[in-house]
Design a protein around this ligand. Sequence first.
Ligand SMILES: *Cc1c(COP(=O)(O)O)cnc(C)c1O
Length: 426
Amino acid sequence: MRTALSRLALDGGAPVRDRPWPSYENGDNFIAAEDEEEAVTALRERRYFRYDDRPYHATHNGRLNERISALLSSRHMLACTSGTAVIALSLFALGLPPGSPVACPAFTFSAAPSAIMLVGHRPVLVGVEDDLHLDVVHLRRLIEAENVRAVVVVHVRGFASDIRAVLAAADAAGIPVVEDAVPVLGVSFDGRPLGTFGAFGAFSTQADKPVNTGEGGFLVTDDSEAYARAVVHCGGYEGRMARHFPDGAPPVSDQDHPHFAWRMDEVRAALAHSMLGRLPQRLARHRRTYDALADVLDGHDGLSLRAPSAPGAYTGQFLTMRLDRARAQDSEWYAEALCAEGIKAVALGSTRRPNARAFWNWCYLVGSDAEAARASLPHTARRIDRIVDIPLSAHLTADDRADLVRAIDKVHAAWRRRCLSQGAAV
Ligand SMILES: *Cc1c(COP(=O)(O)O)cnc(C)c1O
C-alpha cells in the first residue's frame, strides 16, 4: 500500500485525486442567484449605456461607483472595459510626454508592460526580490539611471508589494505611482486599502478575478483633475464627463484629450455591484484556505512560501511555492508531477509552456532571444524559475485541501530524493 501510494502518478502510480482541481479559470466561480437577478434587472431596463437622461448616480455604473468608493474610501471611481485599459487610462491621465520611461516589475502579468506600450511609453523592467516583491533598491537605481517618469507597481499573485517603500522611492524623485491592484481588491496594507496608495489604483473584473463580470475593470483616484482627464479619455465627451461631478467639474475640457470608448456597460456594472456585496466572504474563504495550507507546508524542507510585505497584506488566491535552488526544469518536473496527481500546478519559468508573467516571454518588448533577455535580470529570472504555482479556488473544501497536501507530500518526497541523487546539480 505504502509503495503503491508513494509511486508517483507521473511514473504510473495511482494519482492522489481523479476529480478535476477547481480552477479559477472556470469562470463559473462564486456567482450567486442574486447576481443573476441584478444583471437581469439591468437587462430588462433596456438601458445599457451609462450616459443617458438618468442622473449618473441613478445608473448601475453610478451605484457601482458608490459601492467601490465606500469599500476603498476613495473619492473617485470609473468603471471600464478591462484592467489593462484601466492601467493605460491612468497613464494617459498622468499626461506624461510620449515615449516616457515607465517602470514596472519584471515579474507580473504582461498587462503592465503592455499598457505602458499602449500609451506610447517605454517600459523599464525592475527586478523582484526573493519573495517576488518589487526590488525597491533596483527601482531607485533605475529611476536615476533611466530617468523614469512614473512607476506601475503590481501586487502580483495577490501579495502586496511594499507599497510604502515604492512610494517613498517615487516621492523622492517626484514621480507618480500607478498601482496595479487587480489581485488584491479588498485587501489592506497597514490598515489602508491597496489601490489607494498611488495616484491611481487599477482593478479588473475579468473572469479570473475576485469580482467576475467576464470582462471589465475600474480605476480609483483621489485626484479630481486627473480623474476628469481619465473620464474624458474613457469616452466621456459631449458633456458626459461633467456628469461624474454633480458639484461642479474641474477645469478639464472634454475636447482636449482623445476618446477611447473604454466605458463599462450597465449590465456588467449591475453584476459587479451585486458581486461586490459578497467580496468579504470570498476573501475570508481564500484566507482561511491559504492560512491552513501555509501552516502545514511550512515545515517542508526546501520549500517556502512568500512572506507578506506587511501583516495580512495578501489574498491567498494562489499557492506560490518556492523550491530552494531549483532550476526551471526542476520546477517544471515538480509541477508536472503535481498535475499527474490531479492538482493543477504550473512552473512559472517553464520553457515548454511560456508563462505570461515571466519577462523573457514578453517578446514584443524584449525580443525573441529569451536567454539574452534573462541575462539582463539574471537574479529575477532565477527567482521565477524556482516557482511552482497552484490556483486556490474560493470553493476549496477540507477534502480538496487534504488532497493538495497529500499530493505535495508525495511529490516533495520524490523531489528530495531526486535532489539527493543528482547531488550538487540541484
Ligand atoms: C488580470 C490582470 C490584469 C489585466 O486585467 P484584464 O481585465 O484582463 O485586462 C492586470 N494586472 C494583473 C496583475 C492581473 O492579474
